[in-house]
Design a protein around this ligand. Structure first.
Ligand code: CP
Length: 343
């Protein structure tokens, strides 16, 4: 079996299914043996650098805990305090920064999405530039296109409640109204990894919220290879019918960045929220959940309660949102152990 030592993780789409399975197997081991696993010191005295261009609760804290629990340390870095070169400012190039950081750290995590970029794809490009120059693994901690750690935590959560084999189970990935103008990363990662895993994935959204066409093509290709299925629907009755898992999430329209360039970010955000809130029915309620196959409710967090989902669903007996949040810790420990330590 090929070693994963030194590998970057920018999206699960770039890893093979058996490599993802190794992460998930180790994550389950770390869950069962949180403080007494044989790999508990595999990052002894090593440091993982984390660049956050955007805020975070789960990602920052779970990576910090993950590094500690593997015997190392995670260092929080705000790019604005590092005089890095950007499209608007002079400073140190990515080539130099990545080379220097590789002399100190065992890995580099980067989060860059939402209004930290000016056009879709810019965050992905930055991660790939770091990955090109760094000699240590670069891990996406959520960027404009992908969120691999979240995708793996979602799969782990579904397996905890429905068993290891999710083939043939219906995952409804449904757009929701909301006030937070979200990037596409968590949703795109979910539909990619779950089509790779052989699930029957239904992506539902109102007209006007198309995702990245390349990602959609990959989902179709994944389903053809894995024996799962992938469909896009715009009707909520059809979407919820027979679902085994429901994952509702707001995401921005494809016009957000173009509008923000022309009218400013604040105006563009206001317009997005006004547009989203007109889709009154696009919220996961107990009435919609009643049309499913007693589905589990999943969400990456932060949950926009009252817009994406009602309290009674997210606090209800079929909600597994906190398990999934916990799983971020276990999957990240597994990713770090496999890519940053010679295990
Ligand atoms: N799901 C997720 O990445 O959460 P944070 O934005 O809180 O890190």
């Amino acid at each position: 079996m090929n070693s994963l030592y030194g590998r970057d993780l920018i999206t699960t789409q770039e890893w093979k299914v058996d490599e993802l399975e190794r992460v998930l197997d180790l994550a389950f081991e770390f869950k069962e043996h949180r403080f007494d696993h044989p790999l508990r010191n595999c990052l002894d005295r090593r440091t993982f650098f984390m660049f956050f261009y955007n805020p975070s609760v789960r990602t920052r804290q779970s990576f910090e805990c993950a590094a500690t629990e593997l015997g190392g340390h995670a260092q929080f870095l705000e790019p604005k305090s590092m005089r890095l070169k950007s499209a608007k400012t002079a400073g140190e190039t990515v080539q130099d920064a990545a080379n220097v950081m590789s002399r100190y750290a065992c890995g580099i995590g980067i989060r860059i999405l939402e209004t930290a970029i000016e056009e879709y794809g810019q965050g992905d490009q930055l991660l790939r530039e770091y990955a090109h120059y760094a000699s240590v693994p670069v891990i996406s901690m959520a960027h404009d296109r992908f969120h691999p750690c979240q995708g793996l935590a979602d799969v782990m959560g579904m397996r905890m409640h429905a068993g290891r084999n999710l083939r043939g189970k219906k995952l409804l990935q449904v757009w929701a109204k909301g006030g937070l103008v979200r990037s596409w990363c968590s949703v795109q990662e979910s539909i990619l990894i779950n089509t790779q895993m052989g699930m029957n994935v239904t992506l539902a959204y109102p007209e006007g919220y198309d995702l990245d066409p390349e990602v959609i093509q990959w989902c179709e290709d994944n389903a053809a290879i894995s024996g799962g299925s992938f469909e896009i629907v715009h009707d909520l009755e059809e979407a919820y019918d027979g679902a085994d898992f429901v994952y509702s999430r707001n995401w921005m329209s494809p016009h957000f960045y173009d509008y923000a360039r022309r009218h400013g970010v604040d105006t563009a955000k206001k317009r997005e929220i006004e547009m989203a809130m007109k889709h009154d029915e696009w919220i996961t309620t107990k009435e919609w959940m009643a049309k499913t196959n007693d589905a589990f409710f999943i969400h990456c967090g932060p949950v926009d309660r009252g817009s994406e989902v009602t309290d009674e669903v997210v606090d209800g007996p079929r909600s597994i949102v906190y398990d999934i949040a916990e799983n971020r810790l276990h999957v990240q420990k597994a990713i770090m152990a496999l890519t940053m330590a010679r295990v």
